[in-house]
Design a binder for this molecule. Structure first.
Ligand code: TYD
Length: 211
């Protein structure tokens, strides 16, 4: 695979979107072709699935259904958009990917990491990111930011305990798989965070030779 696959993870309201925009400019200035995308979503079908998942009306949705819908949306996204772009040598930056399912559905909903990983292995066909940035910020701060932004979806409307489980879940997963994550202190200024990200990109480190 010639492309570069970057995913961004973290609690709701961690400032991921701002950094994705800055990163997009960075790669554009380097003359790279870049695809910015997000999960759940990224393709027409995946965005339709997203609407079902995040709809505040869907209060009766079973946790298992939720996990399968995220995986279904991801399967379409990988097959239709991410893999073709990587095969063309493009840079793909995705706002959330499989780690979000392991945390939100596997840990916070309590379905189990291994169970959620199994359905996702089927969906992603072995594709994993080259690097995953985790935006480290406490749920108290991130939720305050989300409150200030206004309307919230079904997942964001979960109580503080759920969001604490999400945060603790990320910490545990990072402890278990330290090589898969690059942890970013999301309390820093947007300029400082951008610099941190750039300095850790595989194209700017010794890992570049493999790409
Ligand atoms: P979104 O508005 O994209 O949130 P954010 O800006 O915080 O990324 O909504 C996505 C929501 O779905 C978010 O609360 C995290 C959750 N989510 C899961 O529970 N599992 C998943 O696999 C993914 C991709 C997202």
């Amino acid at each position: 695979m010639r492309g570069l696959f970057i995913t961004i993870e973290g609690p709701d309201g961690a400032g991921k979107s701002t950094q994705i925009e800055l990163l997009k400019e960075y790669f554009k200035n380097k003359g790279k072709e870049i695809v910015i995308t997000r999960e759940p979503g990224g393709t027409l079908i995946s965005e339709k699935i997203r609407d079902i998942i995040l709809d505040n009306e869907n209060k009766e949705m079973a946790d298992t259904t939720e996990a399968l819908l995220y995986a279904a949306s991801r399967a379409q996204h990988v097959a239709e958009k991410i893999l073709p772009a990587l095969k063309k040598g493009q840079v793909v930056i995705c706002d959330r990917f499989v780690h979000s399912s392991l945390i939100y559905q596997g840990m916070a909903r309590g379905l189990g990491i291994d169970e959620v990983k199994a359905i996702n292995d089927f969906a992603i066909m072995g594709l994993m990111p080259n690097i995953t940035f985790f935006f480290d910020i406490s749920p108290e701060i991130s939720l305050k930011r989300k409150d200030e932004m206004g309307k919230k979806d079904r997942l964001e409307n979960e109580n503080i305990d759920f969001h604490k489980k999400v945060y603790e879940g990320y910490k545990k997963l990072i402890e278990k798989y330290p090589d898969e994550f690059s942890v970013i202190d999301a309390r820093k200024s947007k300029e400082e965070i951008h610099e941190d990200i750039i300095s850790r990109l595989p194209i700017n480190t010794r890992k570049a030779n493999n790409l």
